[in-house]
Design a protein around this ligand. Sequence first.
Ligand SMILES: *[C@@H]1O[C@H](CO)[C@@H](O)[C@H](O)[C@H]1NC(C)=O
Ligand SMILES: *[C@@H]1O[C@H](CO)[C@@H](O)[C@H](O)[C@H]1NC(C)=O
Length: 323
Amino acid sequence: MQAVFSEKLFQLKVILWLLTACWVVAQDEDIVRTCTDYKTSLFVETQEFSLLYEGAPIIRKTRDKCKAYAPVIIGGAPAIPKEFPHAARLGHRDDEGKVNWFCGGTLISNRHILTAAHCVLSFEGTINIVRLGELEFDNNKDDAQPEDFGVQSRIVHPGYDHPVIYDDIAILKLDRNVTFNEYKHPACLPFTDGRKSSSFIAIGWGQTALVPRRGSESSKILKKVKLFNFNTRCKLTAEINEELPNGYNASSQICIGSHESSQDTCNGDSGGPVLTIHKQYPCMYHVEGITSVAVACDTPDFPGMYTRVHYYLDWIKKEMAKP
Ligand SMILES: *[C@@H]1O[C@H](CO)[C@@H](O)[C@H](O)[C@H]1NC(C)=O
Ligand SMILES: *[C@@H]1O[C@H](CO)[C@@H](O)[C@H](O)[C@H]1NC(C)=O
């Protein structure tokens, strides 16, 4: 009896090990490594010291400062300082220097911003200014380090074909490198396709370019909201129209929604991220989705469609590698 049991247990262990191995193999090595490098560059402190005799070895002591930020509340709340150092706000600066901020984005390297194609090709104007390190606009006393960057190039996914909103993904290359600190630091690309994530965090200052909110007024402070994975529900709720001629595409889109009916917290900025927290590093986030088709925010349980970033990893890596 005992022997049979332990053999069964062994078999179970082998199966579990194989499953884990497959899962690990399925992850993209470069992306995993880059993510760890980003985390280490900011959250791991190395101190070197040596004892006071000649030829004493150098001793290195590392301190890991990576810890979780404030919990994300369902229904939404203002972000706290340094909570989302990858949050970008994108805008158009006219000849007189007046800026119209109309979309969000995510810092994913020291030079690149991930956003939506419909933002880059928006009727609001060409994105020529990117603000990083911001928390509350028009407030100099908040704990933030805002810095504006110009845009060197804009890469829109070749599959994007307005007004159809499939392949709603684009990359901006900034005009100079971002120096990382606690206020400006990238999010990691996703390790998985997000199908197993039950919830996400959407952030933004509150622009929705596609469906303007009733009485819409953007927020000055960055906000966060917890949203849920509605899986294939979008197959039923997505209206077939000129924007979505084939309805919801589960390979390239994530179906995410809220159970609340709060208008100003049902999603983030168009082009901005939906995030998950890194499983080992609670200070790091993955950008799993890009806010794409905004939905009527006053209808609870009516999910929206977000670009599934994982589906586009090869394209993103290829474009980021270009000089
Ligand atoms: C900008 O960053 C890239 C990639 O990290 C690096 O190769 C390059 O030397 C940097 N350029 C400057 C001017 O620091
Ligand atoms: C989903 O999109 C991909 C990429 O554009 C495409 O190859 C695939 O056929 C689409 N699937 C459906 C069911 O439309």
